[in-house]
Design a protein around this ligand. Structure first.
Ligand code: AMP
Ligand code: GLY
Length: 424
């Protein structure tokens, strides 16, 4: 089978490596992929948002199955375009991807179907929003409606910050059209959990839970990033909580989307906060998380391609989805300066012994050498019977990789380990 994976980061690399385990797969194309994936996939210089070119390529190469991984092409209708010419796909159509593409849509969906989330107000007028934040409880959370490269959420700890957030999103259009509307919502507290789930629109199968580390530096200091590391499973996410989430969040969401005529097929990402009053949805993503995928897929024992195709065909209930009863840790190595300005073009050296555990996100091949080309350069994952061992193993692999200006958090998994000790 000829497979095509749309996207070019560490998440896509993890998906590609897992798909390769299936013997029926003869070739995988990555659009555009990145230089660090060259030994796992054929790189095709077509951007993830170039929907027409993606469709034409799929037809020309007679692609048997396409996986559309990032949010942008999903929201732009990449799956719709491919399906229209008969290419089977993993991922939701645009009408369902809106669950991530519009926070106003997802908040209204949750309200309509009583799915637990933070209380909120929607504004399409900056003056009204500014009036509201003069008297709303502080801290408050201000979210741009549309996609904003993961930067559209501002936690305002005082009214000045809240005013600035409203002005920059709605008046200065910091995120362009994505800021035409905003959601202002209640500030919640509690441990955060990421749960990715396969769904064919009717059946929902949650994967092993995980914990992201979003801040740039140790002890959750520094700016928010795309994610500096992950561990799985997330110790806060107990069996009892997972049962509760299935009943109050996962199934109601899938049914709500179907009821709205927006059946969701693909991977639905539930960003949850475990508050004192119970689990609440912080966000939905219409795709696999990054870097959650880099810890979740290494623990998957069943065949990823079989599961994906069952999802597409509405046969997920008949498919085995089994995860190892182990733990995983992924440490992201980033370019000095990330998430702000950073330099590119430094040679990356990776010891052959750890190559299998490396998921490359931001690298390019220049004259046969792999060089840095992004903020988050790569992720290094390890699995082991216990979380402590997985963390130790991931960090020992990090030692075998180098590039100038590399930095990484030294405390990935520390919070999870502390949570486990508290339980004992
Ligand atoms: P999002 O892009 O929606 O995932 O938001 C980014 C981060 O902002 C989340 O991972 C949370 O840490 C935080 N966040 C979002 N909404 C809230 C909320 N209502 N209360 C507290 N923190 C939040
Ligand atoms: N790790 C957060 C995300 O994928 O959105």
């Amino acid at each position: 089978m000829k497979i095509m994976v749309v996207g070019g980061g560490g998440r896509e690399h993890a998906i590609i490596k897992k798909l390769k385990e299936n013997k029926r797969v003869s070739e995988i194309f990555a659009l555009p992929g990145n230089g660090g994936m060259a030994s796992d996939a054929t790189l095709v210089p077509i951007g993830a948002k170039e929907i027409d070119k993606i469709r034409d390529f799929a037809l020309k190469e007679k692609i048997d199955y396409a996986v559309v991984a990032p949010d942008d092409p999903l929201v732009l209708g990449c799956v719709d375009a491919l399906e229209a010419v008969g290419v089977k796909c993993f991922g939701p159509r645009a009408c369902a991807a809106i669950i991530e593409g519009s926070k106003v849509f997802s908040k209204n969906l949750m309200k309509k179907y009583s799915i637990p989330t933070a209380s909120y107000e929607v504004f399409d007028n900056a003056d009204e929003a500014l009036r509201y934040i003069e008297s709303c409880p502080i801290p408050t959370v201000i979210k741009a409606d549309g996609l904003a490269l993961g930067k559209g959420v501002i936690i305002a700890t005082d009214r000045d910050m809240a005013r600035e957030a409203v002005n920059s999103i709605m008046n200065d259009k910091k995120f362009g059209e994505s800021g035409n509307k905003i959601v202002v919502e209640e500030f919640l507290t509690g441990p955060e959990v990421s749960v990715l789930a396969f769904t064919d629109g009717t059946t929902v199968v949650p994967m092993v839970s995980s914990m992201d580390h979003k801040r740039a530096y140790d002890n959750d200091e520094g700016l928010n990033t795309g994610g500096m590391g992950t561990v799985a499973p997330n110790p806060y996410y107990t069996e009892a909580i997972s049962k509760e989430c299935m009943q109050t969040i996962f199934l109601p969401t899938i049914r709500a989307m179907k009821n709205e005529g927006r059946e969701f097929r693909g991977c639905l990402y539930f960003g949850l906060m475990l508050t004192a009053k119970g689990p609440r949805v912080i966000e939905y993503n219409c795709r696999f998380g990054d870097p959650e995928t880099q810890v979740v897929l290494p623990l998957l024992q069943s065949d990823l391609l079989d599961i994906m195709m069952a999802t597409t065909d509405g046969k997920l209930a008949e498919c085995e989805v089994k995860f190892a009863n182990e733990a995983a840790c992924c440490v992201i190595m980033a370019s000095s300066g990330y998430p702000e300005a950073y330099k590119k073009g430094y040679e990356i050296k990776i010891d052959d012994k750890v190559l299998d555990s490396v998921y490359v996100a931001g690298a390019a091949l220049e004259c046969g050498k792999l060089v840095t080309s992004g903020g988050r350069v790569l992720g290094v994952s390890a699995t082991a019977p216990t979380l402590a061992e997985a963390i130790k193993s991931a960090y020992s692999k990090v030692e075998k990789i180098s590039f100038e200006g590399a930095f990484y958090r030294k405390d990935i998994g520390k919070k999870a380990m502390m949570a486990m000790e508290d339980e004992i």
